[in-house]
Design a protein. Structure first.
Lengths: 168, 177
């Protein structure tokens, strides 16, 4: 490490757990999650904002963890792929639907697909297939051809709507 | 009865991957592990006259900077096998693990920087000075077909790496069989 590095103290909530850490100002949020917190479910692909694999939820909004610094997450609440299943380990409807519809093969893009679609379905609970395709247009998948991912998102939207109905 | 044919078979790996609990190479950490960053070619085709790593080696935290010459004494083969044997290939496509005297595409790895931290490795890679002699490159397939067009490597006689193979016949006869 160079002597002119600058260290900041941050407090960040990740998947419901509060962490306080000393971080280098140039450490990206992605590296902070993976290296400092050992949450390796978030994947770094291109490291310049193109592939979408590193997408996480920052106060509910989908952001590229490779394009943000860890210090920018001070006081924020982050959700990663590790935080999508509930406390009992039940999968989020999107996770269950991706598995059912062969929406993943190697699994590298999966964390970014999930977090992107969680935000999207939050904003658009009844999307069309076309709208889903636009929503994941910033997430590259080299395995599936996207059809399974789109089918999974549409089914998850239905399941989540039923859950909301049942919860009334 | 088969348990596989005629059934939808769940993938064994999905349970971990879907929860972010897979293990990819970059997820593996050992105490004292070092990190590498590659110095890459800025030219589509060039001779490499010199790689000067002296300044980069002074970066605190840098352990080593290797070029092909540094690696050659320690390996049995310096080529990456990139294609299965096929009569369609006119010339070998195997490429060196690091470029030696000649680089043949932008982004080709020229040197490997090893450091205590990935950020330090990237810093040092920026400081490695590569002296190039730029050579002509061809970026258009029609230009590539012309006599005297630049070749992918100076040692090659032509650019084409393979011939496309096609077969002609009577499709109706095939169906009859």
């Amino acid at each position: 490490m160079s002597d002119d590095q600058q260290i900041r103290h941050i407090a960040v909530t990740v998947n419901g757990t509060r962490y306080e850490r000393e971080v280098n100002v140039r450490t990206t949020l992605g590296d902070f999650l993976r290296h400092d917190l050992h949450l390796t479910g978030t994947h770094l692909g291109c490291e310049h904002g193109v592939c979408g694999a590193c997408t996480v939820l920052y106060d509910g909004r989908a952001v590229r963890a490779c394009l943000m610094f860890a210090v920018q997450a001070d006081d924020a609440s982050i959700v990663t792929i590790e935080g999508l299943a509930d406390r009992d380990g039940h999968l989020h409807p999107l996770q269950a639907a991706l598995v059912k519809h062969h929406g993943l093969q190697c699994g590298f893009c999966t964390p970014g697909m999930l977090t992107t679609l969680v935000e999207f379905l939050d904003m658009n609970p009844k999307p069309t297939a076309e709208e889903v395709r636009v929503a994941i247009s910033g997430n590259l998948c080299r395995c599936t051809g996207y059809q399974g991912i789109v089918n999974a998102a549409l089914e998850a939207a239905e399941v989540m709507a039923q859950q909301r109905e049942g919860g009334r | 009865m088969s348990k596989i044919v005629g059934h939808s078979v769940p993938r064994l790996e999905d349970a971990a991957l879907i929860k972010g609990a897979g293990r990819f190479v970059d997820d593996i950490h050992f105490p004292g592990m070092l990190h590498a960053c590659f110095v890459r070619s800025q030219y589509a085709h060039a001779l490499i006259e010199k790689i000067d790593a002296a300044e980069a080696l002074k970066t605190k935290g840098v352990v080593a900077i290797w070029t092909l010459d540094d690696i050659l004494p320690h390996v049995s083969d310096h080529l990456l096998r990139t294609a299965l044997p096929s009569p369609a290939y006119l010339q070998t496509l195997d490429r060196p693990i690091l470029a030696g005297r000649e680089t043949v595409y932008v982004g080709e790895a020229l040197a490997m920087v090893i450091a205590c931290d990935p950020y330090v490795a990237e810093d040092a890679a920026e400081k490695v000075q590569v002296h190039y002699q730029e050579l002509p490159a061809v970026t258009d397939i029609r230009e590539a077909l012309k006599d005297g067009s630049p070749t992918g490597r100076c040692s090659r006689l032509f650019l084409a790496a393979s011939w496309a193979c096609s077969f002609h016949g009577d499709a109706r006869r095939c169906r009859a069989l």
